[in-house]
Design a protein around this ligand. Structure first.
Ligand SMILES: Nc1ncnc2c1ncn2[C@@H]1O[C@H](COP(=O)(O)OP(=O)(O)OP(=O)(O)O)[C@@H](O)[C@H]1O
Ligand SMILES: [Mg+2]
Length: 217
């Protein structure tokens, strides 16, 4: 009985932390855009898109809390989605490049959740590196998205650990301490696994971290 209550508490706390994490990521972008919005109509457009995204996310959480099934899968244009991710990540001022084959890739995904997973990975990359490259390709059975950066990377023996909730590398090189909770990668892994896929870390040829996301299509 006591175990069960503890488990429930833990689940709720993790969920609450997840909600705050997602909202904070978007709100950070929101504030940046606001700061730059003066006389810039385009910035206002993006702000609206962010508000819509936040609203959709909250509705998902509420549906989940009520016990309804959460977001439904839909056909997603991967180029369109990754362009959005790229653009948002580039607000950091870092160089973010997207490389994709010319043909359209359309995959059935829970769009908001999947985008959140990519955004979490990108928000790390722009924090630690200056140059980030996103590549995407589709084979017969898989969609593969690779995010390479030229930052300090993660030592091989820590590449599994960083997926644990609240786990952060204990090094002096942690930039911008304080606001990061160590949840981004564990949330990303949950989302990718719930799509039947996997997310793995290795070393990028650019010297930094390589994140490989692979989901069956
Ligand atoms: N691209 C990267 N380069 C170097 N280290 C990284 C990179 N991505 C993640 N890490 C390390 O992995 C840790 C865990 O990342 P994770 O995204 O889960 O948490 P966080 O970024 O610290 O906090 P949050 O995502 O909740 O804001 C980070 O604290 C950092 O030490
Ligand atoms: Mg993170």
């Amino acid at each position: 009985m006591r175990d069960r209550i503890e488990r429930q508490m833990e689940q709720r706390t993790t969920m609450l932390a997840g909600v705050s994490h997602d909202l904070r990521t978007i709100l950070t972008r929101f504030k940046l855009q606001l700061a730059m919005a003066e006389g810039d109509v385009k910035g206002v457009e993006e702000m609206r898109a962010d508000v819509d995204e936040m609203q959709a996310m909250l509705e998902d959480y509420m549906a989940f809390a009520k016990g309804d099934s959460s977001e439904e899968a839909s056909r997603v244009n991967i180029r369109q989605m990754l362009r959005e991710c790229r653009k948002q990540a580039a607000h950091s001022g870092k160089a973010v490049t997207l490389k994709m084959p010319d043909e359209n890739i359309t995959v059935s995904l829970r769009r908001h959740a999947f985008k959140r997973a990519i955004d979490n990975v990108l928000s790390n990359a722009v924090r630690f590196a200056d140059n980030i490259v996103i590549t995407a390709r589709r084979s017969k059975r898989f969609l593969t998205i690779v995010i390479d950066d030229d930052g300090p990377g993660i030592p091989a023996d820590q590449r599994e650990e960083v997926f644990r909730p609240f786990y952060r590398l204990d090094t002096a090189r942690q930039q911008e301490t304080g606001t990061n909770t160590g949840l981004g990668l564990s949330i990303a892994r949950d989302i990718i696994r719930s799509h039947g896929g996997e997310i793995k870390l290795s070393e990028s040829r650019r010297g930094g971290l390589r994140v490989v996301i692979r989901v069956p299509v």
